[in-house]
Design a protein around this ligand. Structure first.
Ligand code: ZN
Length: 176
């Protein structure tokens, strides 16, 4: 089973060279989502709503109270101590995806709450931006080179989805 790890960095741009094959995607909608209980949970829920609404429901989500009933899980971590790969040591968000047949079977998102470099708490706006970005990965989007896009691989004050973000989504879910 292929397993990918994608990260959103504060200061480091990561490579997307390993993701040249056809983009995995969800084979059914809505996607069942479980977000662990946490004071910041509503921010992440809001980011899911933004993807659903801004895309005109090209993608949709159903929030679940039980982890077992869901395929897309979101958890929170104070810091980023567990990532073994040095390349990910500055990450503030992670998306681990499993897509055995080109369709997502399971996606785990981790949202970090503290800056990995200074230890300062990330703001609600930053957590929202990180959530939008990681949900993008959870839908199959890869990194963008434009700072106008939420899929740009740095936290850069972006708090909405760009036309290009939504076009990338359309190419995955509504191919010509
Ligand atoms: Zn990323």
């Amino acid at each position: 089973m292929k397993k990918f790890l994608l990260a959103l960095f504060l200061f480091v741009i990561c490579s997307t060279g390993a993701f040249a094959w056809r983009t995995p995607r969800w084979g059914y909608l809505p996607v069942n989502v479980y977000i662990e209980d946490h004071p910041k949970k509503a921010i992440v829920e809001s980011a899911f709503n933004t993807w659903q609404t801004a895309s005109g429901e090209i993608v949709s989500f159903r929030m679940k109270d039980a982890k077992l009933a869901s395929s897309l899980h979101v958890k929170f971590e104070d810091k980023n101590p567990k990532v073994q790969k040095k390349d990910f040591s500055h990450a503030v968000g992670l998306a681990a995806t499993q897509s055995p047949l080109g369709f997502y079977a399971k996606v785990d998102l981790t949202i970090f709450l503290l800056s990995p470099d200074t230890g300062r708490p990330l703001s609600d706006q930053e957590i929202y931006e990180i959530s939008l970005h990681e949900i993008g990965h959870a839908l199959g989007l890869q990194h963008s080179t434009s700072r106008m896009d939420i899929m740009y691989p740095l936290v850069h004050g972006q708090v909405f989805l760009s036309p290009n973000d939504l076009n990338m989504l359309k190419q995955i879910y509504l191919p010509d």
